[in-house]
Design a protein around this ligand. Structure first.
Ligand code: 13P
Length: 248
């Protein structure tokens, strides 16, 4: 069964103060949600514990990144095992900001996927094309290659731990959203690619991310292959984030 997920990626934003007020409001709203949305809050790792405490079990918590290794001398890194150890159910892997700003390759991302799966967390694998690639008509090709590379070692029951987020790079933080038709087309192509790779594609949860706001969420989430969203900017304002959760 496909799950409907709305995940909040706070990126490197927030403070104890913000966590308190934002999560306080979000918690009340989630408790009152009357749809099937599964909500995941993904704060900077230092705030995971306080967010978990503030949420009091109404939503899951995740991390924005995990290491490509299990443990050892990797100063500054956090492992998938550690995320699982503190009760995080989800780990974002391969976000375009990690790919672009930190030079993460598909090979490194595949290692991270493996670590997260071994640790027992749900992976939210991000894929997406740049504006140049879209304009050259390469969106589906680029995204399919990213899926093939990042998920090359996944098999059998492990697919149940994989959620994919299509995040066109040109739509992230820009206010430009993919039209619901364009997003749906890529999501449909992703399902075909996943199916070719032996994944139970029809049962997998595929999210859209990139300037999702209260006024475009409903139309995006109504598309047959879009099962929810990965929300950046709008997740930092409780009323906007809750309106997006309600759009499921
Ligand atoms: P925005 O919603 O701010 O465009 O960010 C999307 C994103 O990158 C979520 O991971």
């Amino acid at each position: 069964m496909r799950r409907r997920i709305v995940a909040a990626n706070w990126k490197m934003n927030g403070s104890q103060e913000l966590a308190k007020s934002l999560v306080g409001d979000v918690r009340k709203g989630i408790a009152a949600l009357d749809n099937e949305a599964e909500v995941v809050i993904i704060p900077p790792a230092l705030y995971v514990a306080s967010v978990q405490q503030l949420l009091d079990g109404v939503a899951q918590v995740g991390v924005q990144n995990i290491a490509a290794w299990e443990s050892g001398a990797y100063t500054g890194e956090i492992s998938g095992k550690m995320a699982a150890d503190v009760g995080c159910g989800y780990a974002v892997v391969g976000h375009s900001e990690r790919r672009q700003l930190f030079g993460e390759s598909d090979a490194v991302i595949a290692e991270k996927v493996g670590q997260g799966i071994a640790a027992g967390v749900q992976i939210i694998l991000c894929v997406g094309e740049t504006l140049t690639q879209r304009e050259a008509g390469l969106a589906v090709e680029v995204v399919s290659a990213q899926l093939r590379e990042a998920l090359k070692d996944v098999s059998g029951e492990q697919w149940k731990q994989v959620v994919v987020a299509y995040e066109p790079v040109w739509a992230i933080g820009t206010g430009k959203t993919a039209t619901s038709e364009d997003a749906q087309a890529v999501h449909q192509a992703m399902r075909s690619q996943l199916s070719e790779m032996g994944a139970p594609a029809q049962d997998m949860t595929l999210l859209y991310g990139g300037s999702v706001k209260p006024d475009n969420a409903k139309e995006l989430f109504a598309q047959p292959d879009i099962d929810g969203g990965l929300i950046g900017g709008a997740s930092l304002k409780a009323s906007d984030f809750l309106a997006i959760c309600k759009a499921i």
